[in-house]
Design a protein around this ligand. Structure first.
Ligand code: ATP
Length: 307
């Protein structure tokens, strides 16, 4: 039986500008995405009915990931079949390394990977334009997971265009053991009345094109940070720990609670990660049991096995 495995990256937002809520309930965004080297692998195989399994690497907690039709990977598979007027189904196996509900868009990565995998399994040859459009109906971050790299996202984030990026950036990814709901952070953002006029982050584009980590550090920005910190004051400690560990900058990933530390290069990233791992919590043991080092930008969803 033929199987296809597709790898899709986590995303971070180097700039997350959030406008006021639109009439359809979504917020207008002006965001700069970057795909980083933390991946989910999605394997598909033809089956009589839709099914999904999730296996995790390491200590990841995936207990919040649904195993029924509400899993975004199944929604993606159904959307692709419907687009082509097909009544075909598949079993979708997710090997998860992207922390769940961490502001890293792991669900979106799985949806993008499923689209690419089923397109290959069923030999559909869907056009890029159609894949991006289907992706946009599944979630605002799904089109970016298809294209990867570094990209500017507008609309509600689903309209993506590549951005010139000459850097080989290194990030330290610091997940939190307690997830944070994206919807709750946006609601808090509205309650605080923070919606501002959106602008394209020109200075950030210059820093990316110039491959200068010190300049990039100055231009990283996330409008959602005050709202997330309001809901989770404990996250301030992590920012302080990242700064004390010698990173160039600390950035909240999307709606959080994952933090990102910008490092100078791979060695610096390992050094920062090591220092964070040494931070002891109130209970016995380290405050940050899982700290990852990841390069960016990396490719979007791509086939790794076709057998
Ligand atoms: P968002 O994409 O909403 O900003 P996030 O990036 O913080 O969210 P995700 O890892 O995408 O976090 O998960 C958000 C929620 O989506 C999970 O708590 C889970 O209930 C649901 N979900 C559905 N399908 C998946 C999937 N395949 N992987 C992870 N989460 C999924």
């Amino acid at each position: 039986m033929t199987t296809v495995t597709v790898r899709a990256p986590a995303k971070i937002n180097l700039h997350l500008g959030v406008g006021p809520a639109r009439e359809d309930g979504y917020h207008a965004l002006a965001t700069v995405y970057q795909a980083i080297g933390v991946y989910d692998d999605v394997t598909v195989v033809e089956a009589d009915d839709w099914a999904v399994t999730v296996n995790v690497t390491g200590d990841l907690d995936a207990s919040d990931v649904p195993l029924d039709d509400s899993n975004i990977a199944i929604r993606a598979g159904r959307a692709l079949a419907a687009h082509h007027g097909l009544d075909r189904r598949a079993r979708v196996e997710i090997a998860k390394s992207i922390p769940v509900a961490g502001g890293l868009a792991g669900g979106s990565a799985d949806a993008a990977a499923t689209l690419v995998a089923l397109d290959r399994l069923w030999d559909l040859r869907t056009s890029d334009e159609d894949l991006l459009r289907i992706a946009g109906t599944l979630g605002s971050d799904v089109p970016f997971a298809l294209i990867g790299g570094t990209a500017y996202g507008t609309g509600r984030g689903e309209l993506v265009e590549p951005v010139a990026d000459a850097g080989e950036w290194w990030w330290v990814v610091v997940p939190n053991t307690v997830g944070l709901s994206t919807a709750a952070v946006y609601a808090q953002y509205d309650a605080l009345g923070l919606g501002e006029h959106l602008r394209a982050p020109e200075a950030l584009f210059d820093a990316l094109a110039g491959a200068d980590p010190v300049r990039l550090a100055e231009e990283l920005h996330n409008d959602l940070e005050p709202a997330a910190l309001d809901l989770r004051p404990d996250l301030c400690q992590t920012r302080a720990d990242i700064e004390a560990a010698g990173a160039h900058a600390a950035l909240l990933s999307g709606s959080g609670p994952t933090w990102l530390a910008l490092a100078r290069d791979a060695d610096h990233a390992r050094d920062v990660a090591g220092r964070l791992g040494e931070q002891m919590g109130e209970q016995l043991g380290t405050r940050y049991p899982v700290v990852l080092c990841a390069p960016g930008p990396v490719a979007g969803a791509h086939v790794v096995t076709y057998a």
